[in-house]
Design a protein around this ligand. Structure first.
Ligand code: SF4
Ligand code: SF4
Length: 58
């Protein structure tokens, strides 16, 4: 599993949450949470993040 987020960079805009096809992402008070059991590393969320906070490696 190689889905990583740089929390300090995240704006909490929710863009990644709304595009995830398998609903693996959740916006919490602490930041974005990824359910690794659902995530397919597709990596649409990485592409939509406006600040490059997400990194996905297959
Ligand atoms: S890599 Fe794909 S499946 Fe995983 S959280 Fe991002 S959008 Fe969802
Ligand atoms: S798209 Fe990027 S900046 Fe927006 S909530 Fe997701 S990780 Fe944070």
């Amino acid at each position: 599993m190689a889905w990583e987020i740089t929390k300090e960079r995240c704006l909490r805009c929710g863009a990644c949450v709304s595009v995830c096809p398998v609903l693996a992402l959740e916006l919490r008070e602490s930041g974005i949470l990824n359910d690794s059991g659902k995530c397919t590393l597709c990596p649409i969320c990485e592409r939509v993040c406006p600040v490059g906070a997400i990194r996905v490696e297959k």
